[in-house]
Design a protein around this ligand. Structure first.
Ligand code: ZN
Ligand code: ZN
Length: 163
């Protein structure tokens, strides 16, 4: 199922009610979000896994607890969590977005055969940002690098790597 981002944005524009604890401001943005139990559970579910799951996976996990939950609601809430900087959307080179609630900067490896996404332990290279800003005069705030290839399991399966 595919929802254009613009379409989902319209759902995020909920009214701001002053002095109501049900509403709070987003991370430095003017946009505001109504707190929702479903969204909190979506975030919790993401924080409890390191597999960088799809929206479908999150939906299947939460559906038993929220019988009214729809996949569209999961997508909408994931988009809000991404806008709030609580969740990262990962470009995995395929059609389904994957999501990550780990917030410290880290690189990803994406297996092109099985689709597994692995957190890499190597430190994020801030020297690269200095190099780019030094050479171009641009102000660099962050950068994103994903590595693509074959995971260890897929190497073993395809005989590249001995068991
Ligand atoms: Zn693999
Ligand atoms: Zn990650």
């Amino acid at each position: 199922m595919f929802f254009p981002l613009r379409f989902l944005d319209t759902f995020a524009n909920l009214p701001y009610i002053k002095n109501s604890s049900d509403y709070h401001k987003g991370s430095g943005m003017e946009r505001t979000y109504k707190r929702s139990r479903q969204r909190e559970r979506i975030l919790e579910t993401l924080m409890q896994t390191t597999t960088h799951p799809t929206a479908d996976w999150v939906y299947a996990r939460l559906k038993p607890d929220f019988p009214d939950l729809s996949l569209g609601t999961v997508y909408r809430n994931l988009n809000i969590l991404v806008e709030q900087d609580l969740v990262r959307r990962i470009d995995n080179g395929s059609s389904f977005d994957r999501y990550d609630a780990r917030r410290d900067p880290h690189y990803h490896f994406v297996c092109e055969q099985c689709g597994k996404i692995i957190d890499l332990g190597i430190p994020v290279d801030t020297a690269l940002e200095d190099r780019v800003s030094g050479e171009t005069g641009l102000v660099i705030k962050r950068h994103k690098i994903d590595f693509f290839g074959l995971c260890q399991d897929c190497q073993t399966q395809s005989g590249i790597r001995p068991d």
